[in-house]
Design a protein around this ligand. Structure first.
Ligand SMILES: [Zn+2]
Ligand SMILES: [Zn+2]
Length: 211
């Protein structure tokens, strides 16, 4: 099995976790829990592709969406449709917040993941919401992240299959699996091509003459 950042291996990763319980952040961790977390930094389309695959495999995740993204607009038709589809697929939706704005509204469950947090506030409690990077949800030895196509402590598929973690919070960024490339740059170029095509369609929808 090759640990490449693509949907084939993402499927294998989910299948390897079959012995775990899909947990969301509405309660504290228990033995056998897998908190599958997605910080959606760049692309709602990538999030939806991942969400459909998870639903097909019986997996449940929490999608953290931004209200202040430079890359997508949660208030647009596409943004509203994306939230509705994530909910229909059975996933939880939290806020991927830009510090210090922890403004929750009815679109979100009361759970927050800071975007690119500084160590000073990363694990601090948040009034009225779960901070996913605070204990007990964030505990050394119970956390893995795929940031920038790099698993600091290795791809967890093997340990998941063996049940090595008593429980785990697993952070996966959809864009880096859905858009394939051998480097982060290649992956981002793929995403940009897809976004260009999306924007051309949006222009046509906006009655711009693109003939
Ligand atoms: Zn792997
Ligand atoms: Zn982020």
């Amino acid at each position: 099995m090759s640990c490449t950042f693509d949907l084939k291996h993402y499927r294998e990763l989910l299948e390897s976790a079959g012995g775990y319980t899909w947990a969301t952040f509405d309660r504290e961790p228990r033995a056998g829990d897998l908190f599958l977390r997605h910080d959606v930094d760049l692309s709602l389309d990538a999030a939806l592709v991942m969400a459909r695959l998870e639903n097909e495999l019986g997996a449940r995740a929490t999608y953290f969406l931004m209200t202040e993204s430079r890359f997508y607009n949660l208030g647009s038709y596409d943004g509203r449709d994306a939230i509705a589809e994530l909910r229909e697929l059975g996933h939880a939706v939290g806020l991927h917040a830009v510090y210090p704005n922890a403004q929750l509204d009815a679109r979100f469950d009361p759970v927050i993941a800071w975007h690119n947090p500084d160590p000073e506030y990363m694990s601090a409690p948040i009034d009225g919401a779960v901070n996913v990077m605070s204990p007990p949800w964030f505990t050394p030895g119970h956390y893995r992240s795929d940031s920038n196509q790099h698993w600091r402590e290795g791809c967890p598929h093997d340990e998941l299959a063996k049940g090595s973690f008593a429980w785990l919070q697993l952070l996966v960024h959809p864009e880096i699996w859905v858009y394939e490339g051998t480097t982060m740059r290649e992956t981002m170029e793929r995403m940009l091509e897809a976004k260009r095509n999306e924007l051309v369609e949006a222009l046509i929808d906006d009655r711009i003459d693109m003939t």
